[in-house]
Each structure stands twice: as structure tokens, then as C-alpha cells.
Design a protein around this ligand. Structure first.
Ligand code: 5IU
Length: 262
């Protein structure tokens, strides 16, 4: 079962170049921490990315919340990704028909495919959404995650919906490399999916708006996920982002070591 294999062992088995490089990076950097930077100015985003950069494997962005977005931001972000050795995940949550998402992924103001190593999509529209995104992303060696579950209270992504999503990921596993999920699913021969889990916090359980935070140890060890995604736990009011990122990196990595050595 892949949960007991190391990230490095799994990287060797991966055919998708981004997933392969990502798993290698995690092992090299000893980090399974992704920081979610939901801030609204270029300066704040770059400042945070520079501060948490040394501790993360993946920077998760919502690029459309940045008021003063321009391509200079992308250039600076990708330079920081190089400097600190992390990848970029634009949490775009595509949700339209194949032809439309193709345009949303490649074009418009953000040109996501040109800079985001990883992006994600909902399975609501059916298989065509993967086909559309894959047409753009595959030639650029990009990778995609499917939203199989969500962390928020009352989510409709569950049961048959989640199972169908996993089947679709298997069908397109050269491009769909994993899931946003709350736990690892039963595996079939050949599965090598990367699981990423948002809703992670060391100090608080809820934000009063539906978000539900779990401890990194529960996420990585008990639930078998691979990457913890942490937002406000790292950059929330009064916090020192670098110190918090270090704390989450250690908590996530300790849980991973415990998992692969048990
Ligand atoms: N996010 C979730 N839950 C989900 C999905 C995405 O929280 O199910 I899909 C995003 C939202 C935010 C980040 O960008 O992950 C979590 O931030 P906080 O740690 O601040 O709650």
C-alpha cells in the first residue's frame, strides 16, 4: 500500500513529471507542508511566500483574490519557488465543461497553465472537464488534482460522488495525479495518488464559517494523507509565519516518519 512507501519510493514509480519531481522535492526538503496564502495584495503574497518558502513543498494560491495582480507577480513568485525549492498550486477549482475550462486554464488575465505546476477541478461537469484541462496541461507537463472531498461542514462531495471521482482519476492518471481529500481511499493495483488535505490546524478546531481544522498527525498518520494544507494557522492575525510554518513542517514530517516506519 502506497501510504507505507516513502515519498521517494513513490516518486520513482510515477509517470507524470510534475508528480515525480514533487515527491522527490518533499523528501529532499523534508516537508509535506503546503501553505495556503489567501491574501489580497501582491506585496503581502510575495512577502509571505518568501517567509514560509524554506519550510514548504507547495505554495497554494488563490490568484484571483489579489487586487493588483499582474504578470510581474507571477515572475516574482516563480523566482521565489526556485530560490526556496517549492512548487506552486493554483487552487482554481475549475468546474465548467471541457471547452470552457480549456480557455480558463490557458488564457484570460491569469494564464494559469503557464505558471502553476498543479491545479485542481471539481468532477461535477463529468469526464469532459478532465479532457479539456488535460489538453492544455499535459503538453506542459502539468499535473492536476480532483476535488474528491472538502473540509467544510455540510459538503456534498461524498459517497458515490467521491467514488466516481476516484474512478475518473484512475482513467486519466497520466495527468490527474491525486486528490483533495480528507482521507486515503482503498487502493487498486497501480494506484500512486498524492493526497492533499486542507482544514489543518494545531491550535483551533473551527473558524465559525464551516471550516473544520484537524491536527496534522490525524491527517497524515490516521487518515493517510500526504500533504497538509495550512492557511490561517500559519499567517493568521498575530502569528509569525516563518515560525508557524516551521512548526507545521515539523508536525507534518514527524507524522509521516511515524507512518512509514510503523
Ligand atoms: N480549502 C479548504 N477546504 C477544502 C478545499 C480548499 O479549506 O475542502 I477543496 C482551501 C481554502 C483555503 C485553504 O485556501 O484551503 C484553507 O485555509 P485555512 O487553513 O486558513 O482554513
Amino acid at each position: 500500500m502506497s501510504a507505507s512507501k516513502t515519498y521517494l519510493e513513490r516518486s520513482k514509480l510515477h509517470a507524470n513529471p510534475t508528480a515525480k519531481a514533487f515527491l522527490e522535492l518533499m523528501e529532499r526538503k523534508k516537508s509535506n507542508l503546503s501553505v495556503a496564502v489567501d491574501v489580497t495584495s501582491k506585496a503581502a503574497l510575495l512577502d509571505l511566500a518568501d517567509k514560509v518558502g524554506p519550510y514548504i513543498c507547495l505554495l497554494k494560491t488563490h490568484i484571483d483574490v489579489v487586487d493588483d495582480f499582474d504578470m510581474d507577480l507571477v515572475e516574482k513568485l516563480t523566482a521565489l519557488a526556485k530560490k526556496h525549492d517549492f512548487m506552486i498550486f493554483e487552487d482554481r477549482k475549475f468546474a465548467d465543461i471541457g471547452n470552457t475550462v480549456k480557455l480558463q486554464y490557458s488564457s484570460g488575465v491569469y494564464k494559469i497553465a503557464s505558471w502553476a505546476d498543479i491545479t485542481n477541478a471539481h468532477m461535477v461537469p463529468g469526464e469532459g472537464i478532465i479532457q479539456g484541462l488535460r489538453e492544455v496541461g499535459k503538453p506542459l507537463n502539468r499535473a492536476m488534482l480532483l476535488l474528491a472531498e472538502m473540509s467544510s461542514a455540510g459538503t456534498l462531495a461524498k459517497g458515490d460522488y467521491t467514488e466516481h471521482t476516484v474512478e475518473m482519476a484512475r482513467k486519466y492518471s497520466d495527468f490527474v495525479v491525486g486528490f483533495i481529500a480528507m482521507q486515503r481511499y482503498a487502493e487498486k493495483e497501480g494506484d500512486n495518488f498524492i493526497y492533499m488535505t486542507p482544514g489543518v490546524g494545531l491550535d483551533q478546531k473551527s473558524d465559525g464559517m464551516g471550516q473544520q481544522w484537524k491536527h496534522p498527525r490525524e491527517v497524515i498518520l490516521d487518515r493517510g494523507s500526504d500533504v497538509i494544507i495550512v492557511g490561517r494557522g500559519v499567517y493568521g492575525a498575530g502569528r509569525d509565519p516563518a515560525a508557524e510554518a516551521k512548526r507545521y513542517q515539523e508536525a507534518g514530517w514527524d507524522a509521516y516518519l511515524e507512518r512509514v516506519h510503523q
